[in-house]
Design a protein around this ligand. Structure first.
Ligand code: NAP
Ligand code: SF4
Length: 684
């Protein structure tokens, strides 16, 4: 238990923490850390970092961990010179990882991932020569001999994983990667024994499992990650998935992990607007087909959800990948009934999947130590200081709590009557309810770490000077930018904060100035009635997911609920709107706004605002003057730093540190804010 934790309570999640006997080995509980490719796998010199990352989570009580993906051969690389396991030399390097995990009491399996046509290099292969819509390279169709060689490569990889000290392997058969490509008529047009019909299409999967079992022996865990809903046209039907599962079990699978949606699917499966445990009904169907344990995955981020799944008997285990980045102690906190101490993954993807898909090392917006365990440590201080932190948004909260955890005496001043800052706004956006969890986490951490919180207190420079603080951290955040448009003080103009946070009334026709992250959030706030992310049936209709299991890929025509208001989004740039939103979540926001019929006007000049509405024109010549008739104009035109305290404090000789939006409003960004807060705290 860490220094800042409360006393353990009796385990409130008995199913989650029941050991699982696999016959040849026993898992200490039902918590699986799902595979997340961190980028550290790709370079041998990062093995120590990888070992520290996994060991921290093993100490945190996870039952079974799965590594990021390792290719069984070069053609299966995710990207040139990416992670692979093809030789004894490579296998021996992994012993750093397996030893660290075993010493910490954990078990770990290596994921074998052949990218197939998702490989980012020109020599990729697949079942047929059909390019993926999300990859520039067209794959080559493997010959029959090539298929057989690849199956042997999987077996060699598993044997090497055993040599490396792993407790097992997970064979990636989902997400639209190589095996999944073979299993669907979408990509497999073959007429040899590796295609033709459903039995031919799944043959490669069963052969891989059979040969892996033969190579690795009976005392080795084989997890197969099976796609239980492809969510692409010409994906599998349920009967095909069930038949594959039965064959795979017979071939030697110990555990089925479940996988939802291909990378190229246009149904969101992991972003924050996906309801929690949205896909568990598919997991339950799989469980009815097989007798080996089945693991549920996707949008399971809290132990209550996990326990409900297991109690209902929908699955035998639960897999959490991103939540283990956000909080390495997720399992032990759950087991000890310290649920309110969990730093809950908010499914934002900003520092994990957005990084993975930009070839950057993966971390976590909420926990910058993730993947950086050897680089960013919060050691107890030898010389406790008296420190003031001003502002209780993400930057100030992370700094204050981290400083107090290190042993400093911290006063946290907040002018509002609650903590959260920009997160208090974000949590009110439909589909972003998870952001409330972060506020709950910090509320609890403030109590545990002993931060002295002063709400409703606008700290003045004099107060801070009189307080004789050793250091003052200014995390005073931002205020919305008010553009100099004639008529900007018209009563119909509201800032996004007045609309979303203060709940000011808004009419049925609305113009939104600014189309960045906040412009999109506000547009969703205005067009969406209620909170559909909390209602699975409505969510399925919105995205076109059918319960008819005979339909390939389980896709139907989306039926989005009508927009609650007529909204026009505007920006001065002529570039496409929302292009700078998150790499893996931006398309969801763009599609959601499009589905609501929101008009998007680019390349505009704002002329004035009056009773008639918002007057605009286009281009340098101010052509096509137009009035957008509207009841309200909402300003989402970026922000400006609030840092009035800086100069007087500096003038008085106080050590001042600016973090978050107060430091740089142009890139107002919670990832940077929390990272800055934590790093500053580590160094003071
Ligand atoms: P932003 O992304 O920088 O967008 C600001 C918008 O305001 C732009 O559309 C810009 O377009 C417009 N603008 C700037 N100056 C203006 C002026 N003087 N007059 C009129 N319009 C002006 O900022 P944001 O939307 O406030 O978001 C801030 C940060 O929050 C982002 O960096 C993002 O990381 C994060 N965020 C992300 C999301 C998400 O991904 N879903 C959601 C919320 C927040 P023109 O200059 O072309 O007019
Ligand atoms: Fe979860 Fe966001 Fe952290 Fe990724 S970056 S692990 S989605 S909180």
């Amino acid at each position: 238990m860490t220094a800042n934790s409360s006393a353990p309570q009796p385990n409130p999640y008995p199913h989650l923490f029941e050991p699982l006997d696999l016959g040849h080995t026993t898992l200490r509980n039902r918590v699986v850390m799902g595979s997340m490719h961190t980028g550290l796998e790709d370079r041998p010199w990062h093995m120590n970092r990888l070992a520290a990352y996994f060991a921290e989570r093993a100490r945190g009580g996870v039952g079974l961990m799965i590594t990021g993906g390792f290719a069984p051969n070069r053609t299966g690389w995710l990207l040139p010179f990416g992670a692979k396991l093809t030789s004894k030399t490579e296998a021996y390097r992994h012993r750093t990882v397996t030893k660290a995990v075993h010493e910490a009491g954990g078990k770990i399996a290596l994921q074998i991932l052949h990218a197939g046509r998702y490989s980012y290099w020109p020599r990729s292969v697949s079942a047929s020569a059909i390019k993926s819509p999300i990859n520039p390279f067209k794959p080559r169709a493997l010959s029959s001999k090539g298929v057989e060689d690849t199956i042997d490569d999987y077996a060699r990889c598993a044997k090497l994983a055993k040599l490396a000290g792993y407790d097992g392997v997970e064979i990636m058969g989902g997400e639209g990667y190589f095996i999944n490509q073979f299993m669907t008529p979408r990509v497999n047009k073959r007429t040899d024994k590796w295609g033709g019909d459903a039995a031919g299409r799944r043959r490669i999967a069963t052969e891989i499992v059979r040969k892996v079992r033969a190579a690795a022996g009976p005392d080795f865990i084989i997890v197969f990650r099976l796609s239980i809903a492809d969510f692409v046209e010409d994906g599998q039907t349920w009967d095909e998935i069930a038949a594959a599962a039965r064959d795979l079990e017979a071939a030697g699978v110990d555990i089925f992990n479940t996988d939802i949606g291909w990378h190229e699917a246009r149904v969101p499966t992991i972003v924050t607007s996906v309801p929690r445990a949205a896909f568990v009904e598919w997991t339950a169907r799989l469980k009815a087909e097989v007798s080996v344990p089945v693991c549920a995955s996707n949008r399971i981020n809290m132990p209550e959800t996990a326990e409900e799944i297991l109690t209902r008997g929908d699955a035998d285990l639960v897999s959490l990948a991103r939540p283990m980045l956000a909080d390495p102690e997720w399992a032990i906190k759950s087991e000890q009934g310290r649920t309110d101490e969990i730093n809950t993954c908010i499914a934002c993807n900003q520092a994990c999947l957005d990084h993975a898909f930009s070839n950057k090392h993966v971390s976590c917006l909420l926990n910058p130590r993730a993947g950086n365990e050897t680089l960013l440590t919060l050691l107890p201080t030898r010389r406790g200081k008296k420190i003031a932190v001003v502002g209780a948004g993400p930057a100030g909260l992370s700094a204050a709590v981290s400083l107090a955890q290190r042993g400093h005496t911290v006063d946290l001043f907040e002018s509002d009557d609650k903590i959260g800052g920009q997160f208090d706004i974000a949590r009110r956006i439909p589909g972003k309810e998870e952001f409330s969890e972060t506020i709950r986490y910090y509320t609890r951490q403030i109590e545990l770490s002993g931060v002295r919180l002063h709400l409703n207190t606008r700290a003045t420079a004099q107060q801070l000077i009189d307080g004789k603080y050793d250091e003052v951290v200014l995390a005073t955040g931002v205020r919305p930018r008010i553009p100099g448009i004639p008529g900007i003080d018209h009563p119909k103009v509201l800032t996004y904060a007045e609309l979303v946070r203060d709940g000011k009334p808004v009419g049925k026709k609305v113009a939104v100035i600014g189309a960045g992250g906040i412009g999109f959030d506000v547009t969703e706030f205005l067009t969406v009635e209620g909170h559909p992310s909390l209602k699975l049936d409505e969510w399925k209709e919105e995205w076109g997911v059918t319960d008819d299991l005979t339909v390939r890929g389980f896709l139907t025509t989306p039926k989005p609920a009508p927009a609650a208001r007529d909204v026009v989004m505007l920006q001065r740039k002529s570039s496409s709107m929302g292009k700078d939103l998150g790499k893996t979540s931006g398309w969801v926001h763009r599609a959601a706004v499009k589905a609501k019929g929101v008009e998007q006007l680019k390349g505009v000049n704002y002329e004035r605002i009056d009773d008639a509405g918002l007057h605009i024109s286009y281009g340098e010549q101010r052509e096509r003057p137009t009035v957008i008739e509207c009841d309200n104009v909402i300003l989402c035109a970026g922000q400006e730093s609030v840092r009035e305290l800086e100069q007087p404090l500096k003038d008085a000789g106080v050590n001042v540190h600016l973090i978050g939006g107060a430091d740089l409003a142009a890139e107002l960004d919670a990832k940077r804010a929390i990272g800055q807060g934590t790093r500053l705290a580590a160094g003071l």
